[in-house]
Write a protein that binds this ligand. Structure first.
Ligand code: ZN
Length: 77
């Protein structure tokens, strides 16, 4: 795993898609959160999905590389 993986959080949406975000707001979990995840606009679903940080240990290098290329741009905090 390279440095790149440490600068972004790889997340998995409720549909199982992998993508990444630079600012997964782990420190700001509020009452609006759903379950253990955050609502993030999944680039593959093209809609807000409850997403959780992915366990990088369970992913292949290819999966991580692909996820790092797909970056979520919007949050609903
Ligand atoms: Zn998705």
């Amino acid at each position: 795993m390279g440095k790149e993986a440490m600068e972004r959080t790889v997340v998995r949406c409720a549909e199982g898609h992998l993508f990444s975000t630079a600012t997964f707001p782990l420190q700001n979990l509020g009452p609006e959160r759903i379950g253990p995840g955050r609502l993030i606009r999944c680039p593959l679903c093209a809609r807000l999905r409850s997403s959780v940080p992915a366990d990088l240990g369970t992913l292949t290098d290819d999966q991580i590389r692909l996820a790092l290329r797909r970056e979520a741009v919007e949050f609903l905090a």
